[in-house]
Design a protein around this ligand. Structure first.
Ligand SMILES: [Zn+2]
Ligand SMILES: [Zn+2]
Length: 339
């Protein structure tokens, strides 16, 4: 586990605004001891997460589904796009179908390198920068996201392999985080998540180069957005490759052991065994999970098992469709099919 250990351990004043070229990790380490006595942890006051891409289509005429994920975060006047879908244009098309304007979104978070989360980035940057040159101009990522992911034949399958150079050529920047970072007051990017629980939530078969040779690619960069609210912690995760229990435990270290107000996103549990789902649900129940908007690779049966194991109901544990949302103070809007 990393050296910081509580909600008070990182500086409130460190957040990313216009200074996009900064890599914050080094700054955090040197100031980590001073904040606890001087400032209460920041909370967000208004938060809405709207799912723009997930596997299940939403209401008629309100967007299409695909194997991938993207969600728009609106938090205290800031907008952030978390992941960009699997096909080039679907985030744009679904946003249009949902009457959501993305041209004022300047910050993006990519949860990890897989193509079903990063492939829409260039179309978004190219299209929206015609309206606003700063649209989609800064991308926050976890340390290690650019490392080659090798097949047995040595081919690199990193989903950002070609996109990286194309994106930089547009004037966009990547901001790499190797530690939890407060992007805005109360809004945290986890950076790489420690894996004390052996959840193994990824497709096997790719390798990473390490100083000791090739090791299995466990998607080490996988990063979640965390929101500190007066009602508890909200977690937004793309594929949950770090494991939703590992992510939840890390969130509790960063923001404290308050209730988990909501988990939103993909949990990669579609093929999990009955025992794994029961264990996962029991863990989430012990963290007082209150809402689950589970999309993408979570799996439909897995969502129902988690609903049962956590003691949640049909309004608070939902299969996420395109356009579904979680709003602070309101809860989940499941739309028609998944209500
Ligand atoms: Zn993935
Ligand atoms: Zn995925």
């Amino acid at each position: 586990m990393t050296s910081f250990s509580a909600r008070s351990a990182l500086p409130a004043g460190v957040w990313v605004g216009a200074a996009r070229m900064i890599v914050l990790a080094a700054a955090l380490a040197s100031t980590a001891t001073t904040w606890a006595a001087t400032a209460p942890p920041a909370v967000v006051h208004a938060l809405k997460i709207t799912v723009l891409v997930t596997n299940l289509a939403g209401d008629p005429g309100k967007g299409d589904g695909e194997w991938g994920y993207s969600a728009l975060v609106e938090v205290d006047g800031h907008k952030v796009l978390y992941d960009t879908g699997a096909s080039a244009e679907l985030v744009l098309r679904n946003a249009q179908a949902l009457s959501i304007d993305l041209s004022d979104v300047e910050d993006v978070v990519l949860s990890h390198n897989h193509a079903d989360h990063v492939a829409g980035l260039m179309a978004l940057r190219r299209e929206l920068s015609k309206v606003n040159p700063r649209a989609m101009s800064g991308v926050h990522v976890g340390e290690g996201i650019f490392r080659p992911r090798l097949t047995r034949g040595g081919e690199d399958r990193n989903g950002l392999k070609e996109i990286r150079a194309q994106y930089l050529a547009t004037g966009g920047t990547f901001i790499v985080h190797d530690k939890p970072t407060q992007l805005w007051p109360g809004v945290w990017l986890s950076g790489p998540v420690p894996r004390p629980n052996d959840e193994r939530n990824w497709f096997p078969g790719l390798s990473l180069q390490s100083p000791h040779g090739l090791i299995e690619d466990n998607v080490p960069e996988d990063s979640a957005l965390l929101f500190n609210t007066a009602d508890g912690t909200v977690i937004l995760t793309g594929c949950g490759h770090a494991g939703v229990v590992n992510i939840s435990e890390y969130a509790r270290q960063i923001l404290g052991a308050q209730p988990l107000l909501a988990i939103v996103g993909g949990l990669h549990l579609f093929a999990a065994s009955d025992a794994t789902l029961a264990w996962t649900g029991e863990k989430l129940r012990s963290y007082h999970l209150l809402n689950l908007l589970a999309g993408h690779c979570t799996g439909i049966e897995a969502t129902y098992r988690l609903r049962e194991a956590t003691g949640l109901g049909r309004r608070s544990a939902v299969v996420s469709a395109v356009g579904s949302s979680f709003t602070l103070g309101h809860g989940i809007d499941a739309l028609l099919l998944a209500q």
